[in-house]
Ligand binder design. Structure first.
Ligand code: DCP
Ligand code: MG
Ligand code: MN
Length: 340
């Protein structure tokens, strides 16, 4: 979770981290969660090393790195290559899993199922597989969804959503989160968070908003619309879909909109800004303080038994992101420093 030093240290062991990252991602694609997690843990540990790692003895002493992983790390340092990764990357199985896993909404389990059913190409899926609505949309825009969205275009998409939302309800707070708020030059999708300071005017906005955006042709396909209150007794409503800006040579882009009550704004903003990895670290830190951090709120005095909460505790007053960092005894980190 260190920020400035993390950048420098990533440089010193960059080749190791990149190879471990690639391997961890492949394991995630085969749904080998345990291995994917060990790789992620090893990466976090190595990122903290302030110098170039250069002996096997040193690796095996690092916390959380066992013998088998240590040997692989040493192979990378000693030979500059990682045979298992290369084998894995060039196997037909991995290539197909990778291809199928990039269909929006398709997890490793479905990718595996399709592989087991004998499918090998996207055309196989189009012609032979039984596809859900979402998978059909995912396939239709397969290439477009793999392309990153330039930051400037995210700003244009945000402007479009703002225009329609504010025409319905003046005074809404509309904030683009995700990788955009973290300052990235390109984004995978557009994540927009909407609330209203008066605490009530956000209610009932989502459907009229998406209707308005559909009418003008901006929203082209729906993926998920959940306008019921979700888990954790929160009251977020969300829309996941596909949008297309007017004009020549435009591409279909993934758009996520979440509408929330104002008293949950800071926790939702923190969650939706991410990164996912950063969120996980924040949550596990909260856990250590017997707190519980969700996209809705930060609770204190939580009692857990065998990892399940037997007492949910009480919500803390969280008017800003800064206040959440403070409760967790962390120095504030601006969005640009929340990749890890
Ligand atoms: N999020 C999370 N855990 C997940 C998925 C998402 O905590 N499993 C949170 C953190 C993310 C945010 O939601 O930053 C938005 O999710 P995205 O999938 O849109 O991720 P990013 O915007 O960070 O990256 P990208 O540029 O790929 O969209
Ligand atoms: Mg995003
Ligand atoms: Mn998103």
């Amino acid at each position: 979770m260190s920020s400035q030093t993390a950048k420098k240290n990533t440089e010193v062991n960059r080749d190791i981290i990149e190879k471990l990252q690639a391997m961890g991602e492949l394991y995630a694609k085969t749904n080998d969660k345990w291995r994917a997690y060990s790789y992620q843990k090893a990466i976090t540990t190595i990122r903290r090393c302030t110098h170039r790692i250069d002996s096997y003895e040193e690796i095996i002493k690092l916390p959380g790195i066992g013998e088998s992983l240590a040997k692989k790390i040493w192979e990378i340092i000693d030979t500059g290559s990682f045979e298992k990764l290369e084998d894995f990357q060039s196997s037909e199985y991995m290539k197909v899993l990778d291809l199928f896993g990039n269909v929006w909404g398709c997890g490793p389990n479905i990718a595996k199922q399709w592989y087991d059913q004998g499918f090998r190409t996207l055309d196989d899926l189009r012609t032979k597989a039984k596809l859900s609505q979402n998978q059909q949309v995912g396939l239709k825009y397969y290439d477009e969804f793999l392309e990153r969205i330039p930051r400037e275009e995210v700003t244009e998409i945000e402007a479009m959503v703002k225009q329609h939302a504010l025409a319905l309800v003046p005074g809404l707070t509309i904030q683009t989160c995700g990788s955009y708020r973290r300052g990235k030059a390109t984004c995978g999708d557009v994540d927009i968070l909407i609330t209203h300071v008066d605490g009530i005017s956000h209610d009932g906005l989502l459907i009229p908003l998406t209707d308005s955006l559909k009418k003008c042709g901006f929203l082209t396909d729906d993926l998920i619309l959940s306008d019921k209150y979700d888990d954790d007794s929160g009251s977020h409503v969300k829309y996941f879909g596909v949008c297309l800006l007017p004009g020549e040579n435009r591409k279909h882009r993934r758009l996520d909109i979440i509408v929330i009550p104002h008293d949950e704004y800071a926790c939702a903003l923190l969650y939706f800004t991410g990164s996912a990895l950063f969120n996980r670290s924040m949550r596990s830190l909260a856990h250590k303080y017997n707190m519980y951090l969700s996209q809705h709120r930060l609770n204190t005095g939580v009692i857990r038994k065998n990892n399940s909460k037997i007492n949910m505790g009480t919500p803390l007053y969280t008017p800003t992101e800064e206040s959440i960092f403070k409760y967790l005894n962390l120095p504030y980190r601006p969005p640009e420093e929340r990749d890890h």
